[in-house]
Design a protein around this ligand. Structure first.
Ligand code: URA
Length: 210
């Protein structure tokens, strides 16, 4: 028999809170759209600042835009994004209720890894996003985002499956969807991590009386 679908996520923030976050984010999005601070500006089509909402208080962070994201100016819209959407839906969370962004806002050519100097140059944007979004829970998708939040050397297999801490914000690390596409055996663990993320967000909402 098929598993029952999870109840829809319902621990939402008030509309005025969500709107205030959007207002706080907009100058940084405008600044990023003009950014030429690193070499990635020379080859990008669009800056991929981030998308979604602060409604749930859940913020997911990936590595860097790929070709589809660069073309559309939106994060996680290619194959990895489609898988992420399915995993979120299986967790009972709609994509439009979370905020999704990347460590680096412009596509590294040929999908190479972002270079350390590009990560450092772009960091003020992610810091500003986290400041504005006031996340209830963070989810780092893959090791690039995990290392940005939690410098260290531990493997994902050791980091995932528990609640970590980034500056007082509960943080879940899990496999990047691209890694799951390459190694489908990781899917079950990633789904468990997103379920944990949901629980943490709901607990934070209860504690905040929201
Ligand atoms: N991979 C990422 O890390 N981010 C995206 O936006 C797309 C693919």
């Amino acid at each position: 028999m098929a598993d029952r679908p999870p109840p829809p996520f319902a621990a939402f923030r008030a509309d005025d809170v969500v709107a205030a976050v959007e207002i706080a984010l907009s100058p940084f999005a405008a600044q990023a759209a003009q950014c030429t601070a690193c070499i990635l500006a020379e080859t990008r089509t669009n800056v991929v600042f981030g998308s979604g909402s602060a409604r749930s208080g859940i913020v997911l962070i990936g590595e860097a835009p790929g070709a589809n994201e660069d073309a559309q100016g939106l994060p996680f819209v290619g194959r990895s994004g489609q898988l992420l959407d399915r995993l979120l839906a299986e967790t009972g969370i709609a994509r439009g209720d979370v905020y999704i962004c990347n460590v680096v806002k412009c596509r590294p050519p040929g999908n190479r890894d972002p270079r350390p100097e590009e990560v450092v140059t772009c960091a003020p944007f992610l810091r500003a996003q986290l400041e504005a979004l006031k996340p209830r829970v963070l989810c780092a998708l893959g090791l690039h985002a995990t290392r940005w939040l939690l410098p260290g050397k531990e493997a994902m297999a050791k980091l995932r499956g528990r609640v970590l801490d980034y500056r007082g914000i509960p943080t879940i690390a899990t496999y990047h969807p691209a890694a799951i596409l390459r190694s489908p055996g990781l899917r079950g663990n990633a789904l468990g991590d997103l379920e944990l993320m949901r629980e943490v967000a709901e607990k934070a909402a209860r504690e905040a009386g929201a």
